[in-house]
Design a protein around this ligand. Structure first.
Ligand SMILES: NC(=O)c1ccc[n+]([C@@H]2O[C@H](COP(=O)([O-])OP(=O)(O)OC[C@H]3O[C@@H](n4cnc5c(N)ncnc54)[C@H](OP(=O)(O)O)[C@@H]3O)[C@@H](O)[C@H]2O)c1
Length: 250
């Protein structure tokens, strides 16, 4: 068997920046073959030059007319996928003074239906692996309400439920399913935030934690634990949480 055939193969979406880019680097350094997707290769360019085991597969996951072609492209590079990390996503906040309700649609279309489209792309290839692992990226935002996060939080909560149900259905095919719930990570997505982000991590730190945690294939992995504890308190003392986070009465 050739060396390339020996390597485990992972498909990573949202690989062109932030967490996905750092995860791509982590998998490559660990000797995996990485099929990396986003709409544009962006910051992946340097890694594409440095690693023969990295291939860019363009995919706009909101466009379901691309599903078959992206599946075919992935299968032209590998007959199976050992792992798929469905990480791509976006964020917008609702301004209640001038609400853009269509934004709910936009965010659900990328974060939730984009992830569902990505599952449609990769599931046939995962089923061909001997011990496949499907991973989706939700957020710690689902653990307690945040102001203005109506769209983002709802899309990430939908992902969490979708994956927990899919796990039930995929057990019969031996496909393990993990839902990742990262806390605040310093990426282009959060660099727009104007509020304070407790326990902010670098993308490399987040990718290292995710990569290590995925080895044992947990149902869920929420990190960092200090934020999980803070949000647990927010969920169990909702009136206090509301008084701390809600914008003050005008
Ligand atoms: N940063 C955080 O604090 C944090 C916390 C919890 C969860 N998360 C989640 O982690 C994931 C990665 O976030 P990040 O912070 O690393 O964000 P990021 O740096 O903005 O990266 C987002 C990635 O998603 C891709 N993407 C966006 N829209 C897409 C589309 N329609 N089709 C295909 N790819 C698309 C982008 O590439 P293109 O624009 O080229 O398509 C990019 O590669 C997201 O799901 C996010 O919700 C982030």
């Amino acid at each position: 068997m050739s060396q390339a055939m020996d390597k485990k193969v992972v498909w990573i979406t949202g690989a062109s920046s932030g967490i996905g880019l750092a995860l791509t680097k982590r998998y490559l350094e660990d000797g995996w073959r990485v099929l990396a997707s986003a709409r544009k290769s962006g910051e992946l360019e340097d890694l594409l030059e440095a690693f023969d085991s990295l291939t860019f597969v363009p995919f706009d996951m909101t466009d379901d007319s691309q599903i078959e072609a992206v599946h075919d492209t992935l299968s032209s590079y590998s007959a199976h996928l050992d792992c798929a990390v469905l990480n791509a996503g976006t964020c917008e906040y609702l301004d209640i003074n001038e609400p853009d309700w269509k934004m709910m649609d936009r965010i659900m279309s990328v974060n939730f239906f984009g992830l569902v489209n990505s599952v449609e792309v990769c599931l046939p290839l995962l089923k061909k692996a001997s011990s496949p692992h499907l991973v989706g990226v939700s957020s710690q935002a689902v653990q307690a309400a945040f102001p203005q996060a109506e769209a983002y939080g709802a899309s990430k909560a939908a992902i969490r439920y979708f994956l927990s149900s899919l796990r039930m259905n995929l057990k019969q095919f031996n496909v393990d399913v993990t839902c990742l719930l990262p806390g605040f990570v310093d990426t282009p997505l959060t660099q727009k935030n104007t509020f304070s982000m407790p326990f902010l991590m670098s993308p490399d730190d987040a990718a290292k934690r995710m990569f290590n945690a995925l080895e044992s294939r947990p149902f869920e992995y929420a990190f960092p634990k200090r934020l999980t504890a803070m949000l647990w308190a927010g969920r169990h003392f909702p009136k206090l949480w509301l008084s701390m986070l809600a914008p003050k009465t005008k």
